[in-house]
Ligand binder design. Structure first.
Ligand code: NAP
Length: 291
C-alpha cells in the first residue's frame, strides 16, 4: 500500500518511520516537502504520489502560543487538515488524522468516550476540533481520527525531555499535580496508527498508553527511571504544585483521560502501561547520547 506521511519530522512522524510495516511503501514529507497549509502544494503532492492512505502527523502543537497565534493554529490544524481530506477524496485515498484530548474541557471524572461532548478550553484544542470536524465532513467514510494525549518521544521537544534537563540543572523542580491524564509514548501511538491504517478502520478512536498520571507523577517516574539508566546522577526534590501556582496562557483540562475500550476491541490491540513505555523512550534517549 502506498502511504503519504505529512509531518514526518515531528515526534509521531519520526516514530512512524522507525516501524514501517512491510506492506507499506511510505513517501515521507516534512514541512519543507509538504506544507499542509498550502492547498495547491497538497494537491500536487497527493496527485503525484497517489497514495492509498494519507497519514496526517503534521500539526501546530504549541498550546500556549496558539492563544496569540490563533490564525497560525487554525491554518495548520483546521485548514491544513481540510486540504489533506480534499486531496485524499480526489484520488480515492483514505486518511488517518491525529487529534487531541484538549478538545475536552476536563470536567468529567471518568475516562472520555469517543462521543462525549467536546468543549475545548483554548485555541489549540478548538483548532484541532475544527480539524476533526472538517475531515469527517469531507471524507467520513474513509477517515480515521485518532485522539491521543501527552505525547513524548526521544525526538523533539516534550515534557519528559524538559524534566530531564531541569532535573540535571536545578536543585529542585516544581510540577503541577492537579492535572490528570495519560502520558503517551509516540512509539506506542505510531503502532496504533499503523494498525488502524492496516485494518482500514474508520471513525473516531481514542489511543493513549494505559493508566493515569498527573504531570507530577510523570516527573517522579522520569527521575526514577532516568537515575536507574544513568541519565541523571543525583535525585532532586520534586515539589507538587497546583495549576494556579503555574499560570499558563492557555487553560488546560484538569482531567483528560481517554477511554480506549472501543479502540482496543476494534484494533485487537491494547496499549501498555505508560511507565513501561516511558522506560523505552528513556532508553532511546540513552542510546542517542551514545549509551
Ligand atoms: N505533543 C502532544 O503532547 C500531543 C498531545 C495530543 C495530541 N497530539 C497530536 O498528535 C499529533 C502529532 O503530534 P507531535 O507530538 O508529533 O507534534 P510535533 O512533534 O510538534 O510535530 C508536528 C510536526 O508538524 C509539522 N508542521 C507544522 N506545521 C506544518 C505545516 N503547515 N505543514 C506540514 N507540517 C507542519 C512540524 O514541523 P515544524 O517542526 O517545521 O514546525 C512538526 O514536524 C498532532 O496531531 C498533535 O496535535 C500531540
Amino acid at each position: 500500500m502506498r502511504v503519504l506521511l505529512a509531518g514526518a519530522t515531528g515526534q509521531l512522524g519520526w516514530e512512524l518511520l522507525r516501524i514501517i510495516p512491510e506492506e507499506m511503501q511510505v513517501t515521507a514529507c516534512g514541512r519543507a516537502e509538504l506544507d499542509i497549509q498550502d492547498a495547491t502544494q497538497v494537491e500536487t503532492v497527493v496527485t503525484d504520489v497517489r497514495p492509498d492512505i494519507i497519514i496526517n502527523a503534521a500539526a501546530y502543537t504549541a498550546v500556549d502560543r496558539s492563544e496569540d497565534e490563533r490564525e497560525q493554529a487554525y491554518a495548520v490544524n483546521a485548514r491544513g487538515a481540510e486540504n489533506l481530506a480534499i486531496a485524499a477524496r480526489s484520488v480515492g485515498s483514505r486518511l488517518v488524522h491525529i487529534s487531541t484530548d484538549f478538545i475536552f474541557d476536563g470536567r468529567k471524572s471518568e475516562p472520555y468516550l469517543e462521543n462525549d461532548r467536546p468543549n475545548p478550553l483554548g485555541e489549540y484544542g478548538a483548532s484541532k476540533l475544527l480539524g476533526e470536524q472538517r475531515v469527517l465532513a469531507i471524507l467520513a467514510d474513509k477517515t480515521a481520527v485518532i485522539r491521543t494525549a501527552w505525547v513524548y518521544s526521544a525526538h523533539g521537544r516534550n515534557f519528559v525531555k524538559t524534566m530531564l534537563g531541569l532535573m540535571a540543572e536545578r536543585d529542585s523542580v516544581r510540577v503541577v499535580a492537579d492535572q490528570v491524564g495519560t502520558p503517551t509514548w509516540a512509539g506506542s501511538l505510531a503502532q496504533a496508527v499503523w494498525r488502524i491504517a492496516g485494518l482500514d478502520l474508520v471513525g473516531i478512536f481514542h489511543w493513549t498508553d494505559a493508566g493515569v498520571a498527573s504531570w507530577y507523577d510523570l516527573a517522579v517516574a522520569v527521575q526514577e527511571e532516568a537515575l536507574r539508566l544513568g541519565l541523571l546522577v543525583r535525585a532532586v526534590p520534586i515539589i507538587p504544585i497546583r495549576t494556579d501556582s503555574y499560570p499558563t496562557k492557555a487553560r488546560r483540562p484538569p482531567y483528560s483521560v481517554l477511554d480506549k475500550t472501543s479502540t482496543c476491541t476494534a484494533m485487537q490491540l491494547c496499549p501498555l502501561h505508560w511507565r513501561v513505555n516511558l522506560r523505552k523512550m528513556l532508553q532511546d534517549v540513552k542510546d542517542q547520547r551514545g549509551g
